[in-house]
Design a protein around this ligand. Structure first.
Ligand code: NAD
Length: 336
């Protein structure tokens, strides 16, 4: 502000513009909430695994704001779960959020959680299959939670919500991970478990299954997001030697908040088709990705092992290593 206390014209203009932008933003959000009243979340009962923290908790908050009827959080963290029940009771009324302690890697606990959720909410419309961990040193546990747990939850969703089982159908949202696997060199097992979830979703979303079950399946691949999982990840690698490279990779990425991912999921739910795969990264709006058709990505070789095709994907100048083209090593006789 100038010394005489009056504002110069450009500052005034900037302030008016900011005010208008923030008003417009608020109006837009209110409008979105209004249009959501009869939409996909309003009045729905939602089941979220790993909902006591990070992304799961952000999804829970967004669903409440957009008029969800009841939300059931499944998590191993009883303290955080209890805290969420108390705080949402104050903001949204009693019984809006139910917490059930269950470990997704234990099938019997998940069956019991589904039973309890069905009876306390009177049915489930949307399942967010979200609980996951990074723990490369205890990779059997990582597989048990990220793959075993997610597969159990997905299968039970079909059993409990499927029209073929007298359910009313609904939506299953599977949380995979960022598609850019060049940043996951230090997380081979985690990466394997997350890529498996894309395969799981694709099979369950096949039209023959969706027609029978009435359960639409979508896959969400968040980019790097600020949660406990990310913060602890440098200490969860297979070896301490990997830490420096891992942190260097992380530093190249833009980290986003869980709020942005939850907001993006709301937009996805408004438009998505079963089987679609979505990415939310760098704090930007979601975008859908096509899964590659491997035949269109086929690399062609001449006799002397030089690449002859104009590749649509991958590095054209990448040398072909002996291990790939030596038929003694790999039995790749088609190379010759
Ligand atoms: N944070 C990221 O950058 C990121 C990126 C891509 C995908 N993801 C995926 O998103 C999901 C959520 O991750 P987050 O970042 O919010 O992690 P987080 O650690 O912040 O939250 C995970 C929640 O899951 C719960 N949980 C862990 N193991 C469980 C089990 N066996 N049974 C039930 N609950 C369990 C935890 O107690 C916690 O409340 C995970 O599947 C993760 O792989 C995260």
């Amino acid at each position: 502000m100038p010394p005489n206390g009056s504002m110069d014209t450009s500052t005034k203009k900037a302030m008016t513009r900011n005010l208008r932008n923030s008003r417009e933003h608020k109006l837009l959000v209110d409008k979105e909430k209004e249009s959501e009243k009869n939409g996909i979340i309003s009045g729905k009962n939602i089941f979220i695994t790993g909902g006591a923290a990070g992304l799961g908790y952000a999804f829970c908050n967004h669903f409440l704001q957009f008029g969800a009827n009841k939300i059931c959080i499944i998590d191993v963290d009883e303290v955080a779960g209890g805290r969420i029940v108390v705080s949402t009771e104050k903001s949204h009324g009693a019984g809006k959020v139910i917490f059930i302690r269950a470990d997704v890697s234990r099938y019997s606990e998940i069956v019991a959680a589904f039973e309890e959720a069905m009876s306390r909410m009177g049915g489930v419309d949307i399942v967010v299959n979200n609980a996951g961990i990074i723990d490369e040193r205890r990779w059997e546990r990582e597989i048990a939670v990220n793959m075993g747990g997610m597969i159990s939850v997905a299968m039970l969703t079909i059993e409990y919500m499927g029209k073929h089982r007298d359910g009313r159908g609904g939506i299953l949202i599977n949380i995979a991970e960022h598609m850019d696997i060049k940043f996951t060199a230090q997380l081979p097992v985690y990466n394997a478990t997350k890529q498996a979830i894309i395969g799981l979703s694709q099979s369950l979303a096949a039209s023959c299954n969706t027609k029978r079950t009435g359960v639409r399946v979508i896959t969400l691949c968040p980019g790097l997001t600020e949660t406990a999982l990310t913060i602890d990840s440098p200490n969860k690698l297979l070896s301490r030697v990997m830490k420096a490279d891992f942190v260097k990779n992380l530093e190249q990425l833009t980290i986003q908040t869980p709020y942005v991912v939850a907001q993006g999921l709301m937009s996805i739910l408004r438009t998505c088709e079963s089987g679609s795969v979505w990415v939310i990264e760098n704090g930007h709006s979601p975008f859908e990705v096509y899964l590659p058709n491997f035949r269109s990505l086929r690399r062609l070789y001449k006799n002397n092992f030089t690449i002859t095709d104009d590749m649509k994907c991958g590095n054209k100048n990448q040398p072909i290593t002996d291990a790939v083209c030596d038929s003694n090593l790999t039995d790749l006789t088609s190379c010759v």
